[in-house]
Design a protein around this ligand. Structure first.
Ligand SMILES: NC(=O)c1ccc[n+]([C@@H]2O[C@H](COP(=O)([O-])OP(=O)(O)OC[C@H]3O[C@@H](n4cnc5c(N)ncnc54)[C@H](OP(=O)(O)O)[C@@H]3O)[C@@H](O)[C@H]2O)c1
Length: 270
């Protein structure tokens, strides 16, 4: 392993991943854990307990020396007390303190696409807005804050925060009003976080179009024929990415460390 690789991978890591029950989050969990040092602790969060347990088994196969905790949680309900308890319990139940780790890493990956049948001119239901932002922004901010309370400045050698963002954070797409505004605001939250905290490393990673349930949901639910065709064509022409491809890319990005904290880095960026 080179010195650059040691900068990120190969360290004793505390890592929390949301949305780890399937899709991109599951692959991140497995491939990241493969690169952690022995006695690292990986915390997996999503609603589906069976999905999380399946991810845990895959992680254990990849690296038996990593401890794994699963917390089935609905992130639609931002609950700072519960989030703090979850992080603290994961540490106490594993007999660990924050200072036992070299790197603390939180990956905000969970997300939903929202109602893609609605155009922005019809988005008049405040309960729907509330529900969408509860999961995709409010919970993210609350969980992040509790994480940084436990892994405060100086508690570990290196602290990193990854937000799984999208091209939709910076480019409008028809019928994706909730998703685009959610991703844009979430990304800006992490840019402010990076600016306020020079000792944190924050990465806004856009994984590219990836073949997961989320894309199937857009294809079946969108009210826009062009958007539907765009995703259908991506699949048909095999231009859609696999979870492996996007995971390999972020591993490389983190290994090289050549981004500015808070920067939006896309799969397709040079
Ligand atoms: N696929 C793409 O083309 C693409 C492109 C750009 C960005 N992204 C982003 O990548 C991230 C992962 O998406 P994906 O494509 O892997 O989609 P996915 O397969 O649908 O996975 C979404 C994950 O989020 C979790 N989740 C959803 N609602 C939740 C809730 N209420 N509480 C807790 N967890 C919840 C799901 O777990 P449970 O259902 O078990 O709760 C699942 O683990 C998202 O942030 C997405 O916006 C995806």
């Amino acid at each position: 392993m080179t010195d650059i690789q040691k900068f990120f991978w190969g360290q004793k890591t505390y890592c929390l991943i949301t949305g780890a029950s399937k899709g991109i989050g599951r692959k991140f969990a497995v491939e990241f854990a493969r690169r952690f040092a022995a006695n690292s602790l990986l915390v997996l969060v999503a609603r589906s307990e069976s999905g999380l347990v399946e991810t845990k088994d895959l992680v254990k196969n990849a690296n038996a020396d990593v401890k794994v905790k699963v917390y089935p949680t609905d992130l639609c309900k931002p609950d700072p007390e519960l989030f703090l308890q979850m992080i603290q319990t994961s540490l106490t139940e594993s007999g660990c303190n924050p200072a036992d780790f070299d790197l603390s890493l939180i990956i905000h990956n969970a997300g939903s696409v929202g109602d893609v049948s609605e155009n922005t001119s019809n988005m008049s239901n405040p309960d729907k807005w509330q529900e969408y932002f509860s999961l995709n922004l409010f919970s993210v901010a609350c969980l992040n804050s509790q994480f940084l309370k436990v892994f405060s400045e100086g508690s570990v050698k290196q602290r990193s925060v990854i937000n799984v963002t999208s091209l939709c954070a910076i480019k409008p797409f028809n019928s994706m009003g909730y998703y685009c505004t959610g991703k844009a605001s979430r990304e800006m939250f992490f840019r402010v976080l990076a600016k306020e905290n020079p000792t944190l490393t924050v990465l806004n990673y856009a994984p590219g179009p990836v073949d997961t349930d989320m894309v199937s949901e857009v294809i079946s639910g969108t009210g826009d024929a062009d958007i539907k065709q765009m995703f259908v064509n991506l699949k048909k022409e095999e231009k859609i990415l696999t979870v492996e491809q996007t995971t390999n890319r972020i591993i490389e990005v983190l290994e090289n460390g050549k981004f500015e904290s808070g920067q939006h880095v896309d799969y397709y960026d040079e």
